[in-house]
Design a protein. Structure first.
Length: 57
């Protein structure tokens, strides 16, 4: 088991030819947000923070 304080530490993973990176999210956070596999999300950079939101049309 991962130590509790390190539970939300994640590594970026190369997703192919070097054009994008992947990031896993803790299942507990996904469940609290009600997000499911293959759900679309929007990604925004604000200063040095990454904002990930549920995608709306």
């Amino acid at each position: 088991m991962r130590v509790l304080k390190e539970k939300n530490i994640r590594k970026l993973t190369n997703m192919g030819a070097g054009f994008s990176m992947g990031l896993t999210l803790p299942i507990e956070i996904m469940e609290k947000l009600g997000w499911k596999e293959h759900q679309k999300v929007s990604v925004e950079l604000k200063g040095r923070h990454l904002i990930i939101k549920d995608w709306k049309k």
